[in-house]
Design a protein around this ligand. Structure first.
Ligand SMILES: [Zn+2]
Length: 389
């Protein structure tokens, strides 16, 4: 299965899933043609395998009818020179990347207690993460979780679990100091290519007043409109369509799938139900630890992804006020999203005018992404079985 067969795959779904897919997505397939001069033939062959492959190209555009997230897939683009997409291969960081990471050692985050400010309530010290107030804040509450290791690629299960635990504890403390700050957002920019200004491993967190960040509100509003107009549960239906198409992984506790409308390369999405409908309990962020850690491990080891963004968010924290109007957030799950930002050493940006103002242009195939993820998880399970013998 490849993304250019998506219309057939949807048509072949059982009636109920097919109706959901049509309700959620609009899929437009189009063909583009080129007429290259003979002089270009050697280069086309070298770059794309054959001249024929380039003459007629199938382009698949998937648009989410509710959120208007949209992706345009053309697998040929991944072979384009300088596309910056990482290759699906067992990978260790290239020597130049390794060297640049090592050369940046000794930065401010290597000594957070003396070289970063604390929040007004102090610092949260986890097993591997210590918090610091962001010097130039993007929100009233905006802090950093600094890892106990410089290397931003030295990520393991225990670190991911501690990021979520420490992030949740930070949210609780900030909320205790400022009851109106309720909208939690965790962001992870790994390496400069993904927007990190310091190489040293770190995440950031905000806790906002009045409303969540704009794109979270957009998602909430879209899910609400979906529910009002169709009677369906947006998040459950979105996961069900991805599952029906073979794009999901996991054990059913957490919805876990490769997105059909990735914001950029290889987007992987996680949904977990909250303990209490419409409320985020900071301690429950840990629900996402295992699948998120597994996603990051497979991305780095099997897909060669080193520069990435991830985010974690959910409904607002509880308020003591009796008449809070949080019906708006009913059904909103705990969400994590992960995206590959391509080759960290590439000289061009992976995000340009089309991404900012149009639709995302995607070279990676979500069906390939999920196959890699499924295979790695299966191999991991088999190893565990072996160990227990
Ligand atoms: Zn450092």
């Amino acid at each position: 299965m490849q993304i250019d067969q998506l219309p057939d795959a949807i048509a072949a779904l059982p009636a109920e899933e097919r109706a959901l897919a049509d309700r959620l997505f609009r899929v437009v397939v189009t063909e583009g043609a080129i007429v290259p001069p003979p002089e270009m033939a050697p280069w086309l062959e070298r770059t794309f395998g054959s001249v024929e492959a380039t003459l007629r190209q199938r382009i698949v555009r998937v648009t989410n009818r509710w959120t208007f997230e949209g992706a345009t897939f053309n697998p040929l683009r991944s072979r384009r020179p300088g596309s910056g997409t990482t290759q699906a291969a067992p990978a260790t960081p290239p020597a130049e990347l390794r060297e640049r990471i090592e050369r940046s050692s000794g930065d401010d985050f290597c000594d957070p207690e003396h070289r970063t400010p604390a929040d007004t309530f102090g610092r949260i010290s986890g097993r591997h993460v210590i918090t610091a107030a962001n010097v130039a804040k993007a929100d009233g509450w905006h802090s950093v979780g600094v890892f106990d290791r410089h290397d931003p690629l030295a990520i393991d299960d225990d670190l991911v679990a501690d990021i979520l635990a420490t992030g949740g504890e930070w949210a609780s403390r900030a909320h205790a100091s400022d009851a109106d700050a309720r909208y939690f957002f965790l962001l992870w920019n790994c390496l400069w290519r993904a927007g990190a200004s310091l190489v040293h491993g770190h995440i950031q967190m905000t806790l906002s007043h009045s409303m969540a960040h704009a794109r979270v509100e957009l998602l909430r509003a879209a899910a609400q409109r979906y529910s009002q107009e169709t009677g369906g549960d947006y998040f459950a239906d979105l996961a069900a369509v991805h599952t029906a198409l073979g794009l999901a992984v996991g054990d059913g506790k957490v919805e876990w799938f490769a997105s059909l409308t990735p914001v950029k390369e290889r987007e992987i999405v996680l949904f977990a139900p909250t303990y209490q409908d419409g409320i985020l309990e900071p301690a429950e962020l840990g629900t996402l630890a295992e699948p998120l850690a597994e996603t990051l491990r497979v991305a780095q080891e099997q897909m060669g992804v080193f520069a990435f963004n991830a985010s974690v968010y959910g409904p607002p924290l509880a308020t003591s006020s009796a008449n809070n109007a949080d019906d708006d957030w009913r059904g909103f799950p705990l969400v994590a999203r992960f995206v590959d930002r391509g080759n960290p050493l590439a000289p061009t940006s992976d995000i340009a005018a089309l991404e900012l103002y149009g639709s995302s242009v995607i070279a990676s195939d979500p069906f390939d992404v999920v196959r890699t993820l499924q295979a790695a998880i299966q191999a991991g399970d088999d190893n565990e079985d072996d160990d227990s013998l």
